[in-house]
Design a binder for this molecule. Structure first.
Ligand code: B12
Ligand code: SF4
Length: 467
């Protein structure tokens, strides 16, 4: 069959988070292995919308258009699908998977009337079963919700990651992805995201990762991971690898083994983990190994500088532990980048003040202050969404520069003001300022960095997107 994979345009045009859509590349690989003809349209990268995107889809003439979308993409995608549907050959269908589909489940069918089926969890197995169903096979028993039978079902997961082929990198050569990737800090281009493990057993209330990749941690065999890294370096000139696992260091031994392998192979590539690692999983030896392996920054999910809030969101860490581990990283020669969330449910201005002061007092090199997002499917997100009306649930505001869900008693404007204060207070100091200037020297980074700074310090409504 002819399959068109679509990474939709980000709200407002090209996003500042420009990452090859590795989930779609996994799907591309399993589809090609079954003999399907696959085209990828990455409109998040090209910025193509409206008539231009419609003609791209028309040229691909797919039997199935497979779309991967974040919740923040849904309103823009809905407009695009209205046009695209008319450009599809008769009898073709549109399927949706990815973050929004997995997090919202059957409700995603209401968001997008053109979609025939919504895929939840990891799609590599389910999508093949669903294609076989088009040829008369049985319907998949899990991982897909059809419009004509919109019951929530168990998500699909791949138990044994060693059975998966390498992502179809030829569909999205990394050199086409320029600018600021996830985590902002970048030393070398081209960069490429890879996944070494899937799943996270932790239960942070604000996170919906488990809806997509589950709570059970599964590893790819080390050899397969390194085959991919070697391929990326050799065939695509990649010089920096971004491990986008939910929690790369959750299995300390696996992470250490990865680092030892990197040290032994001596490939000229750098590493980072821009999705953030849990600080409680880092010890002296692992930090030293990461440094030797080629990490030059460690992004850390810190979330709050208030122990009361850390406990209420079930982070399972304390401010004391965070302070100790950031110091440990620095002793190993690794600057730390801290991720914080402002406006978590039940937070007060006093808690946020503690976070701001804490972020400046623990020796972080970089900090990012996201506003709480009520992600459907997460414990805190579902609680917020069920208590608020649809106008407040507009998906285009679903971005953490927009502060769509301030805690009880706080306005959107006030939370935005505190977010601005957090960024300015952190970065308007001599050493963070110098590091920011260093970033401007990175290829293609200046425009994106400036748009990102403006998004976090000024924006109240989602126009562009970035993280
Ligand atoms: C890396 C990452 C990013 C990266 C890159 C992701 C990308 N592909 O472009 C970047 C930095 C861009 C990003 C951004 C954001 N992210 Co993010 N991200 C992740 C993370 C950690 C891993 C995603 C990943 O690469 N997974 C690996 C690949 C293999 O999986 P996958 O892409 O999901 O694809 C698989 C399935 O979803 C499925 N599938 C995907 N598409 C399709 C399509 C079809 C048709 C089918 C059948 C199947 C299918 O099959 C694939 C293979 O198994 C997840 C956590 C998680 N556990 O998923 C959060 C996560 C998805 N992100 C999240 C959030 C909140 C955001 C932001 C909104 C944050 C912000 N800045 O405000 C933004 C939104 C995007 C934007 N506007 O920039 C949330 C949920 C989002 C939601 N419901 O929309 C998650 C779950 C984390 C959390 N805190 O809970 N993110
Ligand atoms: S925030 Fe990180 S540690 Fe917490 S549940 Fe999500 S992936 Fe796991």
């Amino acid at each position: 069959m002819r399959i068109c994979l679509l990474h939709p345009p980000r709200p407002g045009g090209r996003g500042t988070n420009l990452v090859p859509p590795v989930g779609l590349l996994y799907l591309g690989a399993v589809l090609e292995a079954e003999g399907h003809r696959v085209v990828l349209l990455d409109a998040a990268r090209t910025g193509r919308r409206g008539a231009a995107l419609r003609s791209d889809v028309e040229a691909a003439s797919p039997d199935v258009l497979m779309v991967s979308a974040f919740t923040s993409d849904i309103e823009v995608l809905s407009g695009e699908l209205t046009g695209i549907t008319g450009a599809l050959p008769s009898g073709s269908r549109i399927w949706l998977g990815g973050a929004h589909a997995s997090c919202a489940g059957a409700a995603a069918l209401e968001d997008l009337p053109q979609v025939e089926a919504v895929f939840t969890g990891e799609g590599e197995r389910t999508v093949l079963e669903a294609l076989r169903h088009l040829d008369g096979g049985p319907r998949p028993s899990r991982g897909v919700i059809y419009r004509d039978d919109p019951r929530d079902v168990e998500p699909g997961f791949v138990d044994d990651l060693s059975t998966l082929p390498l992502p179809a990198w030829h569909l999205a050569p990394p050199a086409l992805y320029r600018g600021l990737p996830n985590g902002v800090v970048l030393k070398r281009t081209p960069y490429a995201p890879i996944i070494t493990t899937r799943g996270c057993p932790c239960r942070c209330t604000f996170c919906a990762g488990f809806r997509i990749t589950g709570r059970k941690v599964r590893h790819r065999p080390m050899k397969q991971v390194w085959d991919e890294i070697e391929l990326l370096h050799r065939e695509y000139g990649v010089r920096e690898i971004h491990i986008e696992d939910d929690n790369f260091t959750i299995d300390r031994e696996y992470a250490a083994e990865f680092c030892r392998e990197a040290i032994g192979r001596r490939l000229p590539v750098l590493f980072s983990t821009p999705n953030g690692v849990r600080l409680d999983t880092i010890d002296d030896e692992l930090a030293r190994l990461m440094k030797q392996a080629g990490w030059y920054v460690v992004h850390c999910g810190i979330e709050s500088g208030s122990d009361r809030v850390l406990e209420s969101v079930r982070k399972g860490t304390t401010t004391g532990l965070v302070r100790e581990k950031v110091a440990l990283l620095r002793r190993a020669g690794l600057p730390a980048a801290g991720y914080f969330i402002l406006g978590l449910p039940g937070e007060t201005e006093e808690d946020i003040g503690m976070t701001l002061r804490f972020s400046r007092s623990i020796g972080l090199a970089w900090a990012q202050f996201a506003a709480f997002l009520p992600i459907p499917g997460s414990e805190a997100g579902d609680a917020w969404l069920s208590a608020h009306d649809t106008e407040q649930r507009r998906w285009r505001s679903f971005h953490n520069t927009v502060c769509p869900a301030p805690p009880e008693g706080m306005t959107v404007a006030r939370l935005k003001q505190l977010q601005r204060r957090a960024f300015l207070g952190f970065y308007l100091r001599p050493s963070p300022l110098l590091r920011g200037l260093w970033l401007l020297t990175r290829p293609g980074a200046a425009g994106r960095l400036i748009s990102r700074v403006l998004a976090y310090t000024t924006r109240r409504e989602a126009k562009g997107a970035g993280g």
